[in-house]
Design a protein around this ligand. Structure first.
Ligand SMILES: [Zn+2]
Length: 332
């Protein structure tokens, strides 16, 4: 991945508490640290994983869409300037979306973790940047965060693919996966991995998009609220709901309707700037619409907070959990 300049190779700075949780993402065996790499100790595997700028690249190349060699490539200066310009524009322009629930949910998540363990550890999947509503949670010094991502970023401590998490079973008190599941080719497998690395009764906080257009090259899947719940059927629900409502979904639809007329990068960027200025106010409808039953059926995205459970929710039970506005047996 060449989204930002990869740092120079140097030894691993991860603390011992994190290092002892690491395993080979290919075979699950222990890893041995060498000067600029981690090496699988299983003789039949012996895969070597580079450590670039202190960040281990723990990718299983047999199953991942990503290649370890790509992490050694440097982005061109022009690409880095373009990225900086886009980041600045995002900061200056009014956003079409927002997150109505994350801050409150992270407070609850943190409180639940601290009840069970005074020094909990939390795996953040897709944590290269600070996620929406997450800044206060990340400042809690009682919690140890292990921020992973598939790309380098200001907070990436370890590069891995959520399909094969390089951690031992029962490693974490909590896992955060916020707006990541749409980018993984096999979200079911990803949730199996979250289940595996969580301790008994560990807690997951998940956010996933529903009414949103394609917003990355590796964008595969959308989830209704029930679809999101089914993904976590081996978890007991603590709470669930809407992160963005129909107002945000409409703003994104209007942007993408206008984007459909143009294909060049600069024309698309111009449409994005124009639509940010024209339609940002639609999100304020969600202060009301995110709480209606019909609004839930048209949500921009949903969240799920749940606890690892020995029981599996049956598909038959799912229909009873529907909280939208459609009644009877009708399709619409
Ligand atoms: Zn191995």
């Amino acid at each position: 991945m060449a989204s930002t300049k990869p740092p120079a190779e140097r030894p691993l700075p991860l603390g011992p508490p994190v290092q002892k949780l690491l395993v080979c993402p290919c075979c699950g065996a222990a890893l041995r640290g060498e000067d600029f790499s981690l090496v699988c100790t299983e003789s039949g595997c012996s895969t070597v994983f580079p450590v670039i700028g202190g960040i281990p690249i723990l990718i299983n190349e047999h199953t991942s869409m990503f290649r370890i060699a790509s992490y050694r490539q440097q982005a061109s200066p022009a690409a880095l300037r373009y990225l900086a310009l886009k980041t600045l524009a995002k900061k200056l322009l009014p956003g079409l979306g927002g997150n109505l629930a994350a801050r409150r949910n992270f407070r609850r998540f943190g409180a639940l973790l601290l009840i069970a363990n005074p020094r909990p550890n939390v795996l953040v999947v897709g944590g290269a940047q600070v996620g929406a509503g997450m800044a206060e949670f990340l400042r809690d010094s009682r919690i140890e965060f292990v921020e992973t991502d598939i790309c380098f970023g200001p907070r990436t401590r370890l590069v891995c693919d959520a399909r094969d998490l390089p951690f031992a079973d029962n490693s974490f008190d909590g896992v955060v996966i916020q707006a990541v599941l749409e980018y993984v080719a096999d979200p079911e497998r990803c949730v199996e991995e979250i289940y595996r690395v969580l301790k008994s009764e560990g807690i997951v906080y998940s956010e996933a998009p529903f009414m949103q257009q394609v917003h990355a090259r590796s964008d595969f899947t959308r989830f209704t609220a029930l679809g999101h719940r089914r993904l976590y059927r081996r978890f007991a629900e603590i709470s669930s709901g809407v992160t963005g409502g129909p107002g945000m979904a409409l703003a994104w639809s209007l942007r993408h309707f206008l984007l459909s007329f143009v294909d060049s990068r600069w024309a698309r960027d111009s449409v994005k700037v124009l639509t940010s200025c024209l339609f940002f106010w639609l999100k304020y409808f969600d202060l009301f619409l995110a709480h209606t039953r019909s609004g839930r059926d048209a949500a921009c995205g949903t969240y799920f907070l749940g606890r690892k459970s020995p029981q599996t929710l049956a598909d038959r039970e799912l229909l009873g959990l529907y909280q939208g506005a459609i009644t009877g047996e009708g399709i619409l």
